[in-house]
Design a protein around this ligand. Sequence first.
Ligand code: ADP
Ligand code: MG
Length: 326
Amino acid sequence: MSEFSLIAVIRERCAVAREDVRLGIGDDAALLVVPAGHQLVVSTDTLVAGVHFPASATAGDIGWKSLAVNLSDLAAMGATPAWATLALTLPKPDRRWIEEFSDGFAALAREFKLALVGGDTTQGPLSMTVTVHGFVPDGAALLRSGARVGDGIFVTGSLGDAAGGLRRLQVSDDEKSVASTSHSSEFLLQRLHRPPPRIAQGLQLRGRARSCIDVSDGLVADLGHICDASGVGAEINVDELPSSAALLATFDRDERRSLQLGGGDDYELCFTAPSSDASLVLGDLARSGCAATRIGRIVEGSGVHVVDGEGHPVAVPQKGFEHFRA
Ligand code: ADP
Ligand code: MG
């Protein structure tokens, strides 16, 4: 299979028509039109085999996740997705693999009417870099830097599921049969492999949230970025963190806390909003199909402080994932 027939497969399977794409895949570059009164929002993420997806992930899962993690960054900015480019490095030109990868990618691209407008295809160890482009009305983007003392802190969906799924993959088969039902494990693995980007929720939060980030490296690490960028501290109650039924059924309290505070890959939105707006914001999000939960408040100072329901400090078990950690 040649480089060009590979590109043809990707192009055909990921086809999404958009008016604002004047020239897509096929020339030296794409020609795109940004709507008047809007800013272009651009983000890039790379996935590397063995680092960002486990050996058990299917090609379809990898295609989905490579786009999902990028869309999650647009969601955190309050942006509407429009276009993507895909730089793909493959060990060998495997038609079946590329078809399944494309179908996983295309499932999300169609859902969000996102057009794949170009990319690059090379040979080497499996990895992929996706760049997404979206729009926000001038000045309406959600930033990390807007949190203020007194804001409530909120998170969409549930936390710890993806890290719980990864933990399930790492334990022996013996332990698995004792520790949880296969139904719970399947749910957690689905959350790991096919995270749903919270685009609709990011749009709802425009003009309402004061700050926002997506939880990719772990709640404490990512909320810490809001604190640093805003010059404030955060206090969260570990007993308020939203837990899925599958997480509750699979892990004991301490394991759960560790997964929810330090585990990555959830791709939920963590945001702050004035406490007086809380019921309005929560109502809007519930109607958008993904409820959010209040988990704490912004305080003076710096850093993320974790307490339990009785106000006792809780040790933060691990830091978020970092490449090049010494
Ligand atoms: P060039 O050599 O001019 O950089 P390529 O031969 O690499 O062009 O690519 C040909 C066309 O196919 C370009 O429009 C490019 O954007 C697109 N393309 C290449 N690889 C991919 C890919 N993995 N996904 C989407 N489009 C791709
Ligand atoms: Mg060229």
